[in-house]
Write a protein that binds this ligand. Structure first.
Ligand SMILES: Cc1ncc(COP(=O)(O)O)c(C=O)c1O
Length: 356
């Protein structure tokens, strides 16, 4: 048995607010997948994958895109293209590669992160400017500026157009590359109305994930100019990310793009309602105004801290959440969470916190 099992639930999960990654494909999505035209993806001959990457390239306003098995691979390949070993990349301290990509930045690209202390995941141009290493034989070479839209562990925060403009302006001034981790870019699009192509325009590389709020079982697409995507293909092949009849999966992603984008607004509305109800619960620290998309991060005053709170919630009420770092709890709304689940989750939280 592997020693490092992810946190498999020891108790039956009735309401799963762990992440928007846990959604299961709907019957219609499965049907679209089952009958998708397929071919050898590695050779560029899978029509369903080809159609999807064209759609994504257009959506992100880039010349080309490549299908990859996961968002993690999009990030790791981008790091390896933009950085040489020893180079430095600038990101918020909550950025995904710092916490959940198994040290890939160090292990694969050999890049060194400089974590900035942003406000709920959003750092400023001044913070970036002040953090840049000097061009000196002693310092790591500044190479890449990184933005995560939305900022997941920080609570699904949206980077506003002006925030992005300011930090990418600094990047341009210093001839640094720019990367957009768009795992939840479409959540931001639905919340703000700013098209994905406008956001991605400031970045050399950008990607979206199909297996999060969009509800597909797997896959992500990484976009950039033709040289970037050619290089991404080389690394995809090297890492074993090239596939064969991947159109089955890509068809799920295309179905998600066609049917599950607008409905992200429902997840946001539910997250907001959840946040408002939790904020009025004694023992919870949360400002509902900070909940901008489908992620609710809060502090909890419970003996044993956030971990004990989550175990009680799961063991006694079948409600699963996750840790967001800094002793905080994260709940995420998604396709498989309706109004009744939100209400039941709030009652469960109140019951746990009311226990002596
Ligand atoms: C912001 C962010 N980036 C990257 C990833 C990695 O995506 P994947 O799970 O598809 O590898 C995640 C996954 O949760 C994420 O939240």
């Amino acid at each position: 048995m592997a020693r490092y099992l992810p946190q498999a639930a020891e108790w039956p999960v009735r309401i799963d607010l762990y992440s928007d990654t846990i959604t299961r494909p709907s019957e219609e999505m499965r049907r679209a997948m089952a009958f998708a035209p397929v071919g050898d993806e590695q050779k560029g001959e899978d029509p369903s994958v080809n159609e999807l990457v064209e759609t994504v390239a257009e959506l992100l306003g880039k010349k080309a895109a490549v299908w990859l098995p996961s968002g993690t691979m999009c990030n790791q390949i981008s790091l390896a293209i933009h950085c040489r070993p020893g180079d430095e990349f600038y990101c918020d301290r909550t950025a995904h590669p710092l916490h959940a990509e198994a040290g890939g930045a160090a292990a694969l690209a050999g890049a060194q992160p400089r974590a900035l202390e942003g406000a709920r995941g959003v750092y400023t141009a001044t913070q970036l400017e002040e953090a840049l290493s000097p061009l000196s034989r002693y310092a790591p070479r500044p190479r890449l500026v990184w933005v995560e839209q939305t900022a997941n562990l920080a609570g699904g925060t949206i980077w506003r157009a002006e925030d992005i403009e300011a930090v990418t302006e600094v990047a341009r001034a210093h001839e640094l590359a720019t990367h957009l981790d768009g795992a939840r870019l479409l959540n931001a699009t639905v919340a703000t109305g700013v098209p994905p192509s406008s956001v991605a325009a400031s970045f050399d590389s950008a990607w979206i994930d199909f297996s999060k709020g969009l509800g597909a079982p797997a896959g992500a697409a990484l976009a950039g100019d033709e040289d970037f995507v050619d290089e991404a293909w080389r690394l995809k092949q090297r890492l074993g990310g090239s596939m064969r009849q991947a159109g089955i999966l890509a068809a799920g992603a295309s179905y998600a793009l066609a049917h599950h984008v607008e409905r992200l607004a429902d997840d946001h509305a539910r997250a907001r309602r959840l946040a408002e109800a939790l904020a009025s619960t004694p023992g919870i620290t949360l400002d509902p105004a900070h909940v901008e998309t489908n992620i609710v991060v809060f502090g909890v005053d419970c003996a044993g801290g956030a971990e004990a709170f989550l175990s009680h919630l799961l063991a006694k009420h079948g409600v699963r959440g996750s840790l967001a770092g800094g002793g905080r709890v994260r709940f995420v709304t998604h396709l498989d969470v309706g109004d009744s689940e939100v209400e039941a989750a709030v009652s469960a939280v109140r019951a746990v916190l009311a226990e002596p």
